[in-house]
Ligand binder design. Structure first.
Ligand code: 6PG
Length: 650
């Protein structure tokens, strides 16, 4: 990773040592490297001091008093806007005390030292140097070696000296993170643990969010060198350029508000990464807007929850490919690694494609969660306790493992007192909107990813708790026997539905890729999802290989075989559940979608006829391969009439 060289802006560097030691030479070189101003302290002497020195008379402490204060004023002034380097012999502790009055915290001392002989020889080689041997000796006599200075031996070459000094300077930070919620905190720690110098910012809201960044830093030792802020301009200043700033704030208007506040402090070429669950359409808008200001915008999906963000999330960055290169080393560093050690992070595509695929990731996640809930519904109806259900799911691990299966087993086993905790949790499922957007996207793109809608609407149905309780009293049949479903059949049904879920999710991504010309790589996306993210699973690892040969999962030999062998199981399971009034919204949707999809001649002909009847929307005929559109006057006994322009606008 690129090594930054600039110090933080608030450092006044005093280059000290006896005359002739090379303070101006080294100071000038260093200032050039750091792109900060250099001042030679000797230029600030009074006329009287200069004339005294030129006569070879040593200056007294009194002579130096005003001069030292003038240099202190110079440093103080510079610190308001910049770092600076000031060369000044500063031989005595008392001189140094004056020089750093009120700015000690922002002062860095560099002591150039050599032997009397070395320096004497150097002086003799210089023309017009006023220093005599006696004067030099008096400087050595006066010198009080500083305790808190970086000591640089002048036998090194100037280049070596500058390098050594640079290494010891407080450097500008490499990466900034805004928003210290759960995910922002975990990502900050992840970055810091990997050795990235970070600046972290959280807004200041009186009595609500105060000193968030400072207090967070105190909690974790890996944050010892992190710089903390609750003011954006200072946060931005602390970052090396081009700046890389990740936003981990709530999606929606908060993102635009932060961008607006950041803009005045940013410079052309800086990059902003939105790591939240933002809507991909908004990401494109922000991308276009920021492009006009010269700022790069990267919409990055980040999956893995709190733990993933800390230990290694799956990251899906989209936007400008060149801009991505700037942030790539950082994102890859903190990302989870796949089974071959490759980061679960790769450039996804242009515009909002990173956030689009994260949105569909969440859609798939909703379904995977609902399918497990459906499975538990069946197992519970068969009379199993949560512990027993956990044992059954445990036995599925060797063939069907996934992160969500694992956490479900842990959840089911968790007890609180005599009862299982899961039994005490209110059955109204929340959501933060990505499932909603994914359902809107599938509808807008005209892709039948029905399972995402089924899982979303199952959550929405759950909200109606009071009405459900009342309806259950009204409508539930009594004395329904246990469903006759074997564990094996249920397992097969679950596997069948998961295949349909992944087919539909990736199909939606593929269709979006074609529509928006994103050129997405499904195999690579599956690889990014093999670790770190919520939908990581053994099946996802299989998909990496499958998508290398086709973008249509349903046509792949393995899928065809897997669905064929499991079809009868899911039909039986769903039929039994319907008979026993067991709600399994996603399991049932999987077989309904499938049955619909494998019907060569569907009932859509009747839909077309109905549309044409009331709206003259026209229809195509099976025997006419040209695709010609027809309209019929359904109430008249007239022959069919081809239309001129195909579909009418009604
Ligand atoms: C992830 C998760 C994460 C979060 C979502 C879904 O990939 O890490 O998807 O982004 O859990 O916000 O939350 P809801 O279920 O509340 O919609």
């Amino acid at each position: 990773m690129k090594q930054a060289i600039q110090p933080t802006k608030q450092t006044a560097i005093f280059m000290m040592g006896v005359s002739g030691v090379g303070k101006s030479t080294i100071g000038t070189l260093l200032a050039k490297q750091l792109e900060i101003p250099f001042f030679d302290g000797d230029d600030y002497h009074s006329e009287a001091n200069i004339s005294k020195m030129s006569k070879g008379d040593p200056l007294t402490d009194l002579d130096r008093h005003d001069w030292l204060h003038a240099l202190n004023a110079l440093a103080t002034q510079q610190l308001k806007t910049n770092s600076c380097i000031i060369a000044c012999s500063a031989l005595k502790e008392s001189y140094r005390t004056i020089l750093e009055t009120t700015i000690a915290a922002s002062t860095k001392w560099i002591f150039l030292h050599g032997t009397f002989q070395q320096i004497k020889e150097r002086i003799q080689h210089r023309n017009h140097h006023f220093m005599t041997s006696d004067l030099l000796q008096s400087q050595f006599d006066a010198l009080e070696i500083p305790q808190n200075a970086l000591q640089i031996d002048i036998h090194l070459s100037p280049k070596e000296m500058v390098t050594q000094i640079q290494k010891s300077l407080p450097l500008k930070t490499q990466f900034g993170l805004i928003g210290l919620g759960v995910m922002g905190k975990s990502l900050s720690r992840n970055l810091a643990q990997k050795g990235v110098r970070i600046s972290i910012y959280n807004r200041h809201v009186p009595e609500v969010e105060e000193d968030i960044a400072i207090n967070f830093k105190k909690e974790f030792k890996e944050l010892a060198s992190a710089q903390t802020f609750d003011a954006l301009p200072a946060f931005v200043k602390s970052l090396e350029t081009p700046r890389k700033i990740m936003l981990m704030v709530n999606s929606g208007p908060a993102i635009d508000a932060v961008i607006e506040d950041l803009l005045p402090s940013l410079s052309e070429g800086d990059s902003i990464i939105d790591g939240g669950n933002s809507n991909y359409n908004k990401t494109k808008e922000r991308f276009d807007f920021l492009k006009s200001t010269g700022i790069h915008f990267i919409g990055a999906g980040v999956s893995g929850g709190e733990e993933g963000a800390l230990k290694g999330p799956s990251i899906m960055p989209g936007g400008d490919a060149k801009a991505y290169q700037q942030v790539q080393p950082f994102l890859e560093l903190i990302a989870a690694k796949d089974k071959n050690g490759i980061p679960c992070c790769n450039y996804i595509g242009s515009e909002g494609s990173g956030h689009f695929v994260k949105m569909i990731h969440n859609g798939i996640e909703y379904v995977e969660m609902q399918l497990l809930a459906d499975v538990c519904t069946v197992l519970k109806a068969k009379g199993n306790t949560p512990d027993q259900i956990a044992d059954i799911l445990e036995s599925w691990k060797p063939t069907t493992n996934s992160y969500l299966l694992e956490i479900t087993i842990t959840i089911l086993r968790k007890k609180e007192g005599d009862d299982w905790l899961v039994n005490k949790i209110m059955d109204t499922a929340g959501n933060k909107g990505t499932g909603n957007w994914a359902t809107i996207a599938t509808a807008e793109l005209g892709v039948p990813s029905t399972l995402i809608a089924s899982a979303l609407f199952a959550r929405y149905t759950s909200f109606y708790k009071a009405e459900r309780v009342a309806a259950s009293k009204q409508f539930n049949s009594e004395n329904i026997s246990q469903p006759k479903i074997t564990i094996d059949a249920l397992h097969n049904a679950y596997q069948f539905a998961r295949i349909i879920n992944h087919y539909q999710g990736f199909k939606l991504i593929q269709e979006a890729s074609e529509r928006f010309k994103w050129d997405l790589n499904l195999s690579e996306l599956a690889r990014i999802w093999t670790n770190g993210c919520i939908i990581r699973s053994d099946y996802m690892i299989e998909l990496v290989t499958i998508f290398k040969t086709t973008n249509n999962l349903l046509t792949h030999e393995n899928t065809v075989q897997a669905l064929k062998t499991r079809k009868s199981a899911i039909k039986k399971v769903v039929a039994e559940c319907v008979l026993h009034e067991l709600p399994i919204p996603s399991l049932s949707n999987a077989i309904h979608f499938f049955t619909n999809f494998i019907t060569a001649n569907s009932s859509a002909n009747l839909i077309q006829a109905q549309r044409d009847y009331f709206g003259a929307h026209t229809y195509q005929r099976k025997e006419d391969a040209t695709g010609q559109f027809y309209h019929t006057e359904w109430n008249l006994n007239e022959p069919k009439k081809p239309t001129e322009h195909g579909n009418t606008s009604n």
